[in-house]
Design a protein around this ligand. Structure first.
Ligand SMILES: Cc1ncc(COP(=O)(O)O)c(C=O)c1O
Length: 394
């Protein structure tokens, strides 16, 4: 082996440590939930995508356990060879029905869904337009296709329009946006983008990972929230956040699109099928939300309540409604130190700084769950106030 590779890795890691951008992982000693155990003590979890509190819900866990007993641990194969069970078909049908799509295809993750989406649908003579702040999986998926790329400044509708004009020279156009941008909890302008797509004969695709089960009166996501459900022809999302919190992703859309993805999308053709226990747990999550959407409403109320309390306490929170609640503190070192101080006070919340967010925009990213009680939220706000005063953030 060339030992210079190991030396180079070590020097890169040392540079990350020196720059203060080295990531550490806290080790949980319990399932995730409103309260978790870390380092031998209980802390309030304020930084998880377990939006509906389904991650450790008895029905979700029981569904996974039963599936393990009935369908086994896995299939040892990709879907089209010998890796499709009734369970996978049922989950796809349920997802399609839930979103009012003609069909849906499962992937191991939304990362895989996004990575496998563009290459089968777009050829060299086509164009793809993408918001500059779209998720990394969209960026990587686009890199794998040969279409002409237009990376448009975040949320800039005029720039989208001029890119669409330029892209008229291409055979076909696909425009992709996150439904919710995860650093801000900011909702994408789907109505305006749908208008542009209509005007310039372009297919709109929305990655709704942070909105499935989260936004809209029945948890159907950003399009439901903005009342544009019939205007989003294709959408991708994850099962790893609100809908069971384990793993899995999907693309939902027209039958022919999904059929072509089944034939040509490399992340499904060359990767194992979703483990039965994971498929069953997400299926149960969809059933629960369809039976009773009240957890989505509770989540939305919790988010509004926390946003109000934190704003009243004097913190800088960008306007919005999403359960991602960024608390802006400016300096990266301050955000990380505040995250540590909050943890010592029993509140687990992540600090994000440069280069994940622009210089000077460091923040603590709170994420609210339907599982949080009002008392949990009050406890979090009290800890924030104490730490905020200590660090001069309020
Ligand atoms: C917008 C968006 N798309 C895709 C993903 C990837 O989802 P998964 O964890 O299912 O790969 C994420 C997860 O962070 C996300 O926020």
């Amino acid at each position: 082996m060339d030992t210079s590779l190991v030396d180079w890795c070590a020097s890169e890691v040392a540079a990350l440590r020196a720059a203060g951008t080295y990531k550490t992982e806290r080790v949980l000693e319990s399932p995730t939930g409103a309260r978790i155990r870390v380092d031998g003590r209980e802390v309030l979890m304020l930084t998880s995508n377990n939006y509906l509190g389904f991650a450790n819900h008895p029905r979700v866990v029981a569904a996974a356990r039963e599936a393990l007993a009935r369908w086994g641990n896995g299939l040892g194969s990709v879907r089209f060879i010998c890796g499709t069970q009734q369970l996978h078909k049922e989950l796809e049908e349920t997802i399609a029905r839930f979103f009012g799509a003609a069909d849906a295809i499962l992937y191991m993750s939304c990362w895989n869904a996004n990575e496998g989406l563009f290459q089968p649908l777009l050829l060299e003579e086509d164009a793809v337009l993408t918001d500059a702040l779209n998720h990394a999986s969209i960026i990587d998926g686009i890199r794998l296709c040969k279409a002409k790329r237009f990376i448009v400044p975040h949320g800039d509708l005029a720039a989208f329009e001029s890119a669409l004009k330029e892209a008229q020279a291409c055979r076909r156009r696909l425009l992709i946006t996150d439904g919710v941008f995860s650093m801000e909890g900011e909702i994408g302008p789907l109505r305006e983008l749908a208008d542009l797509c209509d005007r310039y004969a372009t297919t709109l695709v929305v990655d709704d990972s942070h909105a499935t089960g989260v936004l809209g009166a029945t948890g159907r996501g950003t399009a439901e929230h903005l009342a544009v459900r019939d205007r989003i022809p294709i959408h991708t999302s994850t099962l790893g956040k609100a809908m069971g919190s384990a793993a899995g992703g999907f693309v939902a859309g027209p039958k022919a699109v999904v059929e072509l993805l089944r034939q040509r999308s490399r992340t499904t053709l060359f990767s194992n099928s979703l483990p039965p226990a994971v498929a069953a747990s997400s299926l149960e999550a969809f059933r629960m939300l369809m039976e009773d959407p009240s957890p989505a409403r509770k989540l939305q109320q919790n988010a509004l309540s926390f946003r109000k309390k934190m704003t009243e306490a004097g913190f800088t929170i960008p306007k919005g409604i999403h359960p991602i609640v960024p608390v802006l503190v400016g300096d990266t070192a301050k955000a990380l130190a505040m995250s540590d101080a909050l943890f010592r006070k029993g509140v687990y919340v992540s600090g994000f700084g440069y280069p994940v967010v622009p210089q000077g925009h460091a923040r603590l990213r709170c994420q609210i769950s339907a599982d949080h009680t009002e008392a949990d939220l009050d406890e979090a706000v009290a800890a924030f106030k104490a730490v905020g005063r200590e660090f001069g953030a309020i």
